[in-house]
Design a protein around this ligand. Sequence first.
Ligand SMILES: [Zn+2]
Length: 78
Amino acid sequence: MKTITCRQLGGPCDLQHRGETGDEVIQAQDKHLKEMEAAGDAAHQPARDDMKARWLHPKRSLGWYRDTKRAFDELPED
Ligand SMILES: [Zn+2]
């Protein structure tokens, strides 16, 4: 199990996501960003818009996924 923060995933806060894989924490961050948008949190809006753009342009966004998963793989187990 590893821990990564909202900030490490491009967001503005220090909420921690725990997971076994990069995909798992990316999904958790996506959910968190949706919830913050629904709550009207302006600080998370740019990160939410970036994430939306990634779903719309998956090919263009491959680099981000690869870099994020690599960064997650390099985190220490906790
Ligand atoms: Zn956050």
